[in-house]
Write a protein that binds this ligand. Structure first.
Ligand SMILES: *Cc1c(COP(=O)(O)O)cnc(C)c1O
Length: 390
């Protein structure tokens, strides 16, 4: 069999869809205009292209296009949402609520605000990776201004009960910010029906280009006001200054339209493959377990713990032929065990023995057998060298 590389790390980033790239290219060459230039056709064309993309992104979520603020990615959108709400509403209250399993973009921003005088409650999760809704409700106080909870976790795919969270926040009169980065474009996401006031998401997690994202900011019932964090020119209705990334935004729009058209089919296809791979691994190896809820998770992600097999060692056996993430994902510069898996009750050893496998649009059915073979071989060889494995 010829050796080929398999990319199974689509939750870290997705390859850009060639149909997206094709539509971006003219905005580097023939139509290089600045969307803020009002004095010539190049500017008007760029502005029109951005308007179309804004409409495509808004349609994917069923929101109004004036509610979409383009940013450099989800990290910036998270920062804009949390700091922007804090700056606008801190006279009303300084208490925020989030969860221990959030992305570092949320946790680091909350921690930074704590240094500025905010008080933050970090909710626990159960073994399934889900919060207790009663605990959330009990944590909301007179001075709570924001609840920041993600739609789907980037390491496990576990879904929070966002509709119930939205209902609680609406009833209690606090804003609900949702990091939707892993969910948007993969599963149906309707922020209005869900009771979400602000939501961050990113093009490069849904087959668009890197370096472009967006923040949804609700316009009415109630109107949400955020204080801009980048100043200079008043772009994006004063909410985010800076020359717009026209090719990136055009690509984001195309990616959103493709996701809308293909999501239903893609969800089924990827979840069938994911389940097949899980079955093969569970049948082919002892002492393998799934991290987090089996039912309440994204269709394309699998987080598995292979006891007595350190994930970094297992990955070394792949000889660069298979790309996956380990249980130290997202802090991979350091080798700290994943804060997400630790919060779910895994020991450091169990977190270090975990792999995240995430399927995407460009995987094929043949990948499944190949990946199962590589992982089974790798886990067996690492265990064989581990004196604790008997
Ligand atoms: C990838 C990711 C981010 C950061 O997105 P960027 O666009 O890379 O800044 C934030 N939150 C979650 C859940 C993510 O998966």
């Amino acid at each position: 069999m010829k050796n080929r590389m398999v990319y199974l790390d689509n939750s870290a980033t997705t390859p850009t869809d060639p149909r997206v790239v094709d539509k971006m290219l003219p905005y580097f060459y023939d139509q290089p205009g600045n969307a803020a230039s009002r004095t010539h056709a190049f500017g008007w064309q760029a502005e029109e292209a951005v308007g179309k993309a804004r409409q495509q992104v808004a349609e994917l979520l069923g929101v109004d296009k004036t509610e979409v603020v383009f940013t450099s990615g989800a990290t910036e959108a998270v920062n804009l949402a949390i700091k922007g709400i804090y700056d606008t509403y801190k006279r009303k209250g300084q208490h925020l609520i989030t969860v221990k399993t959030e992305h570092k973009a949320v946790l680091d921003t909350c921690q930074w605000l704590e240094e500025k005088g905010a008080e933050v409650t970090y909710l626990e999760v159960d073994k399934q990776g889900r919060i207790d809704l009663g605990e959330l409700e009990a944590a909301i106080r007179e001075d709570t201004i924001l609840v920041a909870i993600m739609w789907a976790n980037n390491e496990t795919g576990v879904l929070q009960e966002v509709s119930a969270i939205g209902e609680i926040c609406t009833r209690k009169g606090v804003f609900f910010f949702c990091d939707g980065t892993q969910a948007v474009g993969k599963i149906p996401v309707d922020p209005v029906a869900t009771g979400i006031h602000l939501m961050a998401f990113s093009a490069h997690k849904m087959y668009g280009p890197k370096g472009v994202g967006a923040l949804y900011v609700r316009r009415k019932n109630p109107p949400v006001k955020i204080t801009a964090q980048l100043l200079g020119g008043g772009h994006e209705r004063g909410r985010r200054s800076g020359t717009l990334n026209v090719p990136g935004i055009v690509g984001f729009g195309v990616a959103a339209a493709l996701a809308q058209a293909e999501m239903t089919e893609e969800m089924v296809r990827l979840s069938v493959w994911r389940d097949q791979l899980e079955r093969k691994l569970l049948e082919g190896l002892e002492k393998v377990s799934l991290n987090g809820s089996h039912e309440n998770r994204l269709p394309q992600i699998s987080s598995l713990c292979f006891e007595y097999a350190d994930a970094e060692d297992v990955m070394r056996t792949f000889n660069q032929e298979l790309a996956v993430s380990s249980g130290s994902a997202c802090t991979s510069a350091s080798l700290d065990p994943s804060h997400v898996l630790k919060a779910m009750g895994l020991t450091s050893d169990e977190a270090h023995a975990s792999l995240r496998l995430s399927f995407g649009r460009f995987n094929t059915e043949e990948d499944i057998d190949q990946v199962a073979e590589w992982i089974i071989r790798g886990v067996n060889s690492v265990r064989a060298a581990n004196p604790l494995w008997v």
